[in-house]
Design a protein around this ligand. Structure first.
Ligand code: F6P
Length: 554
């Protein structure tokens, strides 16, 4: 019988116990052997849907493992949790909110109720408004204070109001409309503002202040810096509305900042920051790629939503990725997960998935406040291939930790240069192959002997050349990065993260942990600038404050 997803200790379920016993039986499992024994292994453990091909055959699993993992998802009540997510139940219990980012990609005519009100007409209204604004900018009808058309759009935002939009607009550069360049200003570090401002002309720049809450320190400071810069460059208060827009659920704060009411696009409480690129927070994306491509992005994510809701768990991409993550994190002791895109345009996906996964699943209590009894979300890290191969892949191959990796790679490049793409693709495959196959002691010795080394040298070097192998990975292949496929890819990871939280019983949609640093930041700042005279809470922080005060020059 499925249980209510948030009230159970998943480790006490019969399916969990069965998985623990099964894990012990797999101690000697060899991927090399599994492939040698089963010519159908690739077909058995791969699937193709929503424009994505997932090969998960290089995992430490057999058919029984998949059966048991799916059994866990069933017993933990995942099917009900998925229905709850899409139906607008209060899946964010601590904040008593639904998480309805999926409503943003639903087709016209669907109904989604929040507090008894259908939100879809409002979603459509905002999308139409985005379409109008993008049209005005692209057609040169939105003009700056000197009547010149806008050439540069700067998104001022951080976290979810930055990482998703930046990932998508940069991944879809081949779809960018001519005439408008998009930039991102996130960090409070003055150097990032300085470097960006040097590239801009105030008269042709439009700033979008993106902040769900409109009270994020970094964003407000950057917005103020941008306003001062605009005024110093010759802009006037009277023409400010031509250069500043906002996307926020805090209309009053945006207006108090000086942004005209008609220049504010809304956000809603029922969309989390890291799930918000599908909303008006995606305005810089639409400014870059145009509204029809933006709608294609939404449609791709919608296809993944449909797949997540309807595919049987054995053939459900987000569910399988979620279960594999649980398999390694909870049964094999893995503490991190590498995300390795082999595509220049997807180079920012690791950063987006870091926030998506770690802010969602970095939780230590369940929805009902009781402590989790097993590990929750892993550390997400990685970066673009092949670069990582010459930097951190060594640890993947020979380090002492088990680190599952997701390789993401397109079949075709938008910019073919000689045979570079074939080499890029080959490197991607050979990395997952090397992780899996490794190199045995016998192979290492034979290789050294074939190089003509004497036996003492062979024995000296062989231990260093042994690569254990049996390291698991998934490979996600896209024909090409397109708006639809990218939408599906991001949707895939969103649902993977949710499915894991539902199984652990945690809340994927709050982030209380980040608040403490913000609170303490106020006191540290006051002591740094001398407006607070009392000592910091601890000697280390006070020592560092003193060090700063003694040497600060600007
Ligand atoms: O501090 C964390 C966080 O709240 C993220 O969850 C969010 O994406 C980011 O800050 C930005 O928040 P906002 O869009 O409200 O400025």
């Amino acid at each position: 019988m499925p249980h209510s997803p948030s009230s159970i200790d998943v480790t006490r379920l019969a399916s969990w116990q069965a998985l623990a016993a099964h894990r012990d039986q797999l101690d000697d499992f060899s991927l090399r052997q599994a492939f040698a024994e089963d010519p159908q292994r690739f077909a058995t453990f791969s699937l193709n849907d929503c424009g994505l091909f997932l090969d998960y055959s290089k995992n430490l699993i057999d058919s029984r493992t998949r059966e048991l993992l799916v059994g866990l998802a069933r017993e933990a009540g995942l099917a009900q949790a998925i229905r709850d997510l899409f139906d607008g139940a209060l899946v964010n219990a601590s904040e008593r909110r639904p998480a309805l980012h999926t409503a943003l990609r639903r087709p016209i005519g669907d109904r989604v109720l929040v507090d008894g009100v259908d939100v879809m007409p409002e979603v459509q209204r905002v999308l139409n408004r985005m379409s109008e604004l993008v049209g005005k900018v692209h057609n040169g009808l939105w003009r700056g204070y000197t009547e010149k058309p806008i050439t540069d759009v700067v998104n001022i935002g951080i976290g979810g109001s930055f990482l998703g939009p930046q990932l998508v607009s940069e991944a879809l550069l081949p779809f960018a409309q001519r005439g408008v360049r998009c930039h991102y200003l996130a960090n409070i570090d003055g150097s990032s503002f300085h470097e960006l401002a040097a590239k801009l002309r105030a008269e042709t720049t439009l700033f979008i202040v993106s902040s769900k809450t409109f009270n994020t320190l970094e964003t407000l400071k950057n917005a103020q810096a941008a306003r001062s810069w605009y005024l110093a460059q010759g802009g006037s208060e009277a023409e400010l509305h031509r250069h500043f827009m906002a996307v926020s659920s805090n209309r009053e704060a945006a207006m108090a900042f000086g942004i005209r009411e008609e220049n504010i696009l809304p956000m809603w409480d029922w969309v989390g920051g890291r799930y918000s690129l599908w909303s008006a927070i995606g305005l810089p994306i639409a400014m870059s790629i145009g509204i029809s491509n933006f709608k294609e992005l939404l449609a791709g994510a919608y296809r993944m939503d449909e797949h997540f809701q309807s595919a049987p768990f054995e053939r459900n991409m987000p569910v399988l990725l979620a279960l594999l993550g649980i398999w390694y994190g909870n049964f094999w002791g893995a503490q991190s997960q590498a995300i390795l895109p082999y595509d220049h345009y997807l180079r920012n996906i690791t950063k987006h998935l870091q926030q998506l996964d770690m802010e969602s699943n970095g939780k230590r209590v369940r929805q009902d406040g009781s402590p989790v009894t097993t590990a929750s979300g892993p550390v997400i890290w990685g970066g673009v291939g092949c670069n990582g191969q010459h930097a951190y892949h060594q640890l993947l191959h020979q380090g002492t930790q088990l680190i599952p990796a997701d390789f993401i790679v397109p079949v075709s490049s938008y910019n073919p240069v000689a045979d570079h793409h074939q080499w890029l693709f080959a490197n991607c495959l050979s990395q997952s192959q090397a992780l899996m196959l490794g190199k045995s002691r016998d192979e290492a010795e034979a290789e050294l002997r074939s190089q003509g080394l004497g036996e003492d040298q062979v024995q000296r070097l062989a231990p260093h050349k042994v690569i254990p192998g049996n390291r698991p990975s998934n490979t996600l292949v896209l024909e090409r990065v397109s708006p639809g496929r990218l939408g599906a890819l991001i949707g895939l990871y969103e649902h993977k993260v949710f499915a894991q939280s539902a199984i652990w019983g945690t809340n994927a949609f709050d982030q209380w942990g980040v608040e403490l640093g913000k609170q303490l930041g106020q006191g540290v700042y006051a002591r740094l600038v001398g407006s607070a005279k009392d000592a910091a809470e601890d000697g280390s922080t006070q020592g560092l404050i003193d060090f700063f005060r003694g040497r600060h020059r600007g």
